[in-house]
Design a protein around this ligand. Sequence first.
Ligand SMILES: Nc1ncnc2c1ncn2[C@@H]1O[C@H](COP(=O)(O)OP(=O)(O)O)[C@@H](O)[C@H]1O
Ligand SMILES: [Mg+2]
Length: 246
Amino acid sequence: MSIPDPLLSVEGIEVRYGAATALRAANLSIRPGQLVAVIGNNGAGKTSLMRGLTGLVRPSAGRVMFKGEDTTRLAAHAKVARGLVMVPEGRMLFPDQSVEDNLILGAYVHGGLKRLEAKRNLERSLTLFPRLRERLQQPAGSMSGGEQQMLAIARGLMTEPDLLVIDELSLGLAPKIVEQLIGILRDLNRQGLSILLVEQLASYALAITDYAYVVAHGHVEREGPSAVLVRDPDVMAAFLGKKKAA
Ligand SMILES: Nc1ncnc2c1ncn2[C@@H]1O[C@H](COP(=O)(O)OP(=O)(O)O)[C@@H](O)[C@H]1O
Ligand SMILES: [Mg+2]
C-alpha cells in the first residue's frame, strides 16, 4: 500500500500585510488528482492563504512544498512555471483586450510556452468552452460574468497546470451558471487535474469535493471529508450567519 506524496503541502504559513496578520499557522495539503475545497466567510483569510501558497505574497512564516520542492520563497510566476496556477478572485482579465488576447497573454505569463503549445492549448480551451470560441475577438469586458469566469479558467489552463487554484468561483454569478462551471471543474478533475476550490458558497463546494478546509478568523479552524463537514451543524451554522464560529 502506498499513499501518494502530496502535490501541495502548506505547513504552518503566516501571511501579513504590514503590521496586520491575516493568516496564521495554516496547514493544507492536496494529493494528486484531488478536488479540495477551502470555505469560509468574507474576510476569513481564504484569499490570503491562496496568496501565500501561490507566492503572490511571501509567507512570513512556514513552508510551501510543491511537487516535493520547497517553493516558499519563489515568486508567483516561478510557481506558475512549475504548474501551480491561480484563477484570482474577481478574475483579473484585461477587459479591453479580446478574449483571444487574454488567453494568449495567459500562455506567455511566465516567459512562455512555445508557439505550437500555445496554439494547441488555445484549441483545447476553446473546445472546453465553446462560448469563448464564438466570442474570440470580442473584448473580454463585454461578456457576461459567467463567460468572464470561463475565460479566467481557460486562461489558467493555457499554462498546463498540475494544480489549479480557483478563488471564488461563484462570485457575482447566477446559480445556474455556477452549476455549469462546477460541472466543467468536475470534468477537468476526472481528467486528472488537481483543483483547489475557494468558495463562500459552502454547500456548493462541499457537494463536489472530497475534502475541505474551513477558514475562519485568519486560521484553518477545521478540516475533514466534505461529506462529514456538510452534516456538521457548527460548520453550516457559521456559514448561514446564524452563529459565529468563535
Ligand atoms: N492587501 C491587503 N492589505 C491589508 N489587509 C488585507 C489585504 N488583503 C486582505 N486583507 C485583510 O486580511 C483579512 C483576510 O482577507 P482575505 O484573505 O481577503 O479574506 P477572504 O478571502 O476569506 O475574504 C481581512 O481582514 C482583510 O481585510
Ligand atoms: Mg477572498
